[in-house]
Ligand binder design. Sequence first.
Ligand code: NCD
Ligand code: ZN
Length: 333
Amino acid sequence: MEIRLHSPLDMHLHLREGAMLRTVAPWSARDFAAAVVMPNLVPPVTSLERLTAYREAIGAAVAPHHFTPLMTLFLQPYSEATLSALRSQIIGVKLYPEGVTTNSAGGVSDLTAVEPTLALLEDLGIPLLVHGESHGFVLDREAEFLPIYERWAQRFPRLTIVMEHITTAGAVALLDRYPNLAATVTLHHLMITLDDMAGGLLNPHLFCKPIAKRPEDRAALLQAALAAHPRLMFGSDSAPHPIERKEAAGCAAGVFSAPVCLPLLAELFAHHGALDRLQAFVSDNACAVYGLTPLPKTVTLRRMPWQVPDRYGEVVPFYAGKTVDWAVVARDS
Ligand code: NCD
Ligand code: ZN
């Protein structure tokens, strides 16, 4: 059995810089036509100069693959002039509450004070991408942020607000209440719960923000993905850290999934008899939400066993050493 995916898109990706960029970017560029590249570098992407240099570094790292990095800007209180000048260079602006995840120290500390910037984004037609977590108890952080999404969905009805990497049934329910809300969901949050990370021996390679939640949350996410909910998009949140930062006290948050996304998604959708919905989930929905034109890249997957490598450079991938039922067998662009 085979499936051909047209213009597969990863709508939430961390590519890093330097040697790590060169290690990980080719794996995304091999399987995806384009990806939304997160701006949480050190220092973050907050200027045209930094954005342009980063895009060029990504281009050099992914050659010769055909791959379009869809760039984002790290949200700060920008002026209208700055946002107007950057508008054609970005797909959206990413909001991190201060300190909620990896490299978010320069994020927003006052979610009300940031609203004038959100009004500018709305006027300029620039999507707002949000890491929606509070500073509360770790399992409740996304749920505590949902009223903020709701407030902004109401106050800025023309603003496209993307709830990034949703992990709860409550977020899925909110998606249906406001047409200007969209969401991404990761592969790992469709597959694991908190038990897989911390229910037995601790598995640091499954530790990420937001943390994986309860079985009923995973079920709600999976149901919406398998149904190809039109405003739910695939975003891997593939977030590599070197092995010594993961297998360590003070383990860094992030799951590196880029090389295994399409094979595991094919396995998951096939297992649930929903392979015909995968194209919408990994491409068509995102094109509709963001107004993107599909790119001329086709990836073919076949049902055949493929063993995931133990390492990619100094990074341990999701599903390391395990066997997936599907493999990418051809890519043409
Ligand atoms: C991401 C990272 O490492 O940059 N980590 C993660 O756990 N997902 C940041 C993020 O998206 O929260
Ligand atoms: Zn992320």
